[in-house]
Design a protein around this ligand. Structure first.
Ligand SMILES: NC(=O)c1ccc[n+]([C@@H]2O[C@H](COP(=O)([O-])OP(=O)(O)OC[C@H]3O[C@@H](n4cnc5c(N)ncnc54)[C@H](O)[C@@H]3O)[C@@H](O)[C@H]2O)c1
Length: 381
């Protein structure tokens, strides 16, 4: 039977970890006109049980093996919520089976894998979207509106401080410390929080072309970094982006020739982890202060946009190609910090960073003074 364009998309969700059960499942259940959650999968029995309880699905629709879910014939969209080193094979299999795909961020751990995923979706004529949910934070949406309205003129500078990121472990039943294993996570705090890289690019309004960075860890032989300080340059403007696990400063500001917009979170913390405090704009219309914006985790509106994009035949606000580009910008941070050089985008096929992600750093000429070298971060000697 032919499916109507306005029927809810039937979703299979792979990976019942923290983000899937706290954010994705509730989002699908709250959007019944756009989605019907039909099946879930997770090899960790305790998580599959929790997924069944959260989704209300029949046990027959709860699969221990993701391949069984992908083999079903009653799905329109597959949502991949596993740790990132597993995204490639699942996303490619899902796209090759003719489904639209949503992947959690980061899209993959290497650009080679990320672009293969984009190509697989294109070859199948299906949409690949990436969970760049911070684009939908209320204060981010408002900042982009003010920029778009010309309130501060063309953006010259964006400064984003996310130095109070909580180091949340993965769920206890699976591998709580996978975020500290570069082979699984593909990097440390910045890879986990590459949200801030795409936010910087969204504020700048142009693609990142050059990257220079300083990266460190609090102890020697740390498997991944704890802090990154970066300058991202486009053709015409630039952002300073500072990210760290810890209790450092937070908030962001964007400025242009006619003014600035500043966003702060309670007690100087940062978004997603600390409540919104205020947005202050000094612009063409004078000074204005906005308080009390509600917290929005961004997952639900992004998932809603994806259904609308599929129905309208347009690209989603956060596309797979954008996910691959932002992964490249994030890996360039590590390469710049490791070599002491400014790193150009896009990365080049055959380049160790493109092929192997952080594992490729070992093949670069490391700057002897770089903390990545002196502290042997990412297992480098
Ligand atoms: N967008 C956001 O704001 C946000 C927030 C948190 C996590 N994430 C991303 O979501 C992903 C998952 O993170 P998490 O915190 O939920 O991790 P988690 O450790 O809590 O859960 C991962 C789950 O994946 C399952 N899994 C492993 N292999 C699998 C397979 N082959 N098939 C199906 N399931 C499998 C595990 O059993 C586990 O339950 C990561 O890519 C992470 O970066 C995004």
């Amino acid at each position: 039977m032919t499916r109507q364009n306005d029927e809810p998309l039937r979703v299979g969700l792979i990976g019942c970890g923290n983000v899937a059960l706290s954010d994705h499942v509730p989002a699908y259940l709250s959007l019944p006109e756009r989605y019907r959650l039909v099946a879930i999968a997770d090899p960790t029995a305790a998580r599959l049980d929790l997924g069944r309880a959260a989704s209300g699905l029949d046990p027959a629709d709860c699969h221990a093996d993701s391949a069984e879910l992908i083999a079903r014939t009653d799905l329109d969209l597959i949502d991949v919520c596993t740790p990132q080193h597993l995204h490639r094979d699942l996303v490619i299999a899902a796209a090759a089976s003719g489904r639209h795909v949503l992947s959690e961020k980061p899209l993959a751990t290497t650009p080679r894998d990320a672009w293969a995923m984009v190509a697989a979706a294109e070859a199948a004529g299906r949409t690949l979207a990436i969970m760049h949910n911070y684009l939908f934070f209320t204060e981010v949406v408002r900042t982009l509106e003010l920029i778009g309205a010309g309130e501060i003129g063309p953006v010259e500078v964006a400064i984003l401080n996310w130095l109070a990121v909580r180091d949340h472990p993965g769920n206890a039943a699976y591998r709580p410390s996978w975020r500290h294993d570069p082979r699984q996570a593909g990097g440390g705090v910045l890879m986990d929080m590459l949200h801030i890289v795409y936010l910087a690019e969204a504020f700048l309004g142009a693609p990142i072309e050059r990257v220079s960075a300083w990266v460190t860890a609090r102890s020697n032989d740390a498997p991944v970094e704890d802090i990154t300080l970066t300058r991202f340059e486009t053709a015409t403007n630039a952002a300073l982006v500072n990210v760290g696990w810890g209790v450092g400063m937070g908030g962001f500001a964007v400025s242009g020739p006619s003014g600035r917009i500043e966003v702060t979170y309670e007690d100087g913390g940062n978004g997603a982890f600390d409540p919104f405090d205020r947005l202050v704009v000094h612009g063409r219309s004078g000074r204005a202060e906005e308080l009390g914006m509600p917290f929005e985790d961004g997952v639900r509106p992004l998932i809603a946009d994806l259904a609308d994009a599929i129905r309208a035949g347009r690209s989603p606000i956060a596309s797979g190609a954008q996910g691959a580009h932002i992964l490249e910008a994030t890996l360039a941070v590590y390469a710049s910090a490791a070599t002491g050089r400014t790193w150009e985008l896009p990365l080049v096929e055959g380049d160790p960073l493109y092929e192997r992600g952080v594992a490729g750093l070992a093949e670069l000429d490391l700057a002897p003074s770089s903390p990545i070298a002196t502290k042997r971060i990412f297992g480098l000697s």
